[in-house]
Design a protein around this ligand. Structure first.
Ligand code: ZN
Length: 304
């Protein structure tokens, strides 16, 4: 039987696990999380991902390894085009190299890369908050902002494989330094935890989104930072709804777990929606949390 391994490469940690699809609901078996190598260069990332995969596969195994990465991947899903928080990974054929290295160890591996938010969308669809939905968006709110969009039961990948990069929608006009992707005025720069924390540190506030969230009632500077982030996110969510008309927008990622965040965003996003969309607007929280991308990565060859 083919083993299915899902791996979620993040800027701070790499998570992985074998996913068992043999029973009713898919089950994540013995998940492991390790620290991302601080060098964040192609070779050390490759080694770390391979070491993780080898926890579940060994000589003689046949396996599918799906890898969620925080950025743009090639249309053939074998190379990374741009990982905004990593160094020199542009064009690295990570998928091809991992398959080759596994072969050298006597393991027959099909390897596929996918944007991490797309993996989270597949995960939510097979066993999370998007079960039974054909049209939905999963928005991952964390150090960066990602999105996985589905229409007619299929993940939207786009003409060049880059669809769904909603963190890079240019919603925010002037006054920003420039997004790590190379563009300007992007939602990610206006609203992501990393950027909010960066601005907080510059103002002498704690560089931790959860702490800022907790102190926003009493501290006007913290409140202003949080509100600017929420407002940008609300515009982003309303824009996704206008483009996709989803059954639901599902929030995942560390920021979304701040207490009351989804309720705040729901109210703010409603204001930006066209009136016919307000009655059908649904903003939900992920049911899988940090496992969504690992579960989805392991199911990337499932046809979604
Ligand atoms: Zn950008």
């Amino acid at each position: 039987m083919i083993k299915r391994i899902g791996i979620d490469l993040g800027g701070h940690t790499i998570s992985g696990g074998e996913v068992d699809f043999s029973g009713g609901a898919p089950r994540l078996v013995s998940p492991v999380t390790v620290r991302t190598p601080s060098e964040r260069d192609p070779l050390s990332v490759l080694r770390a991902v391979e070491e993780l995969a080898l926890m579940w596969v060994s000589r003689g195994d046949e396996c599918f390894i799906g890898i969620g990465v925080p950025g743009f991947v090639s249309k053939d899903r074998l190379a990374v085009l741009k990982l905004t928080n990593f160094k020199g990974c542009e064009g690295a054929r990570v998928g091809t190299l991992i398959a080759r290295d596994m072969r050298a160890r006597g393991i027959s591996a099909e390897v596929r890369l996918e944007n991490d938010a797309n993996c989270a969308a597949v995960g939510e669809h097979i066993c999370g908050a998007a079960r039974g939905m054909d049209d939905f968006a999963v928005l991952t709110l964390g150090s960066g902002i990602g999105a996985g969009l589905a229409a007619n039961g299929r993940l939207i990948r786009g003409a060049h494989g880059m669809a769904g990069e909603c963190g890079h929608m240019a919603l925010c006009g002037e006054g920003f330094r420039g997004c790590f992707c190379g563009g300007a005025g992007h939602l990610e720069e206006a609203a992501s935890a990393d950027w909010v924390e960066r601005r907080a540190l510059e103002r002498g506030l704690p560089g931790d989104f959860r702490v800022l969230w907790g102190m926003r009632e009493k501290n006007g500077d913290a409140r202003a930072l949080i509100e600017a982030s929420l407002d940008a996110l609300a515009r982003g969510i309303a824009s996704i709804c206008a483009a996709l008309d989803p059954e639901a927008v599902i929030l995942n990622g560390g920021m979304s777990r701040a207490e009351g965040m989804a309720d705040e965003l729901r109210g703010r996003a409603t204001k930006y929606l066209p009136s016919p969309m307000r009655a059908v607007f649904r903003l939900l929280l992920s049911e899988l949390g940090s496992s969504a991308a690992v579960m989805g990565a392991a199911a990337l060859d499932g046809g979604m």
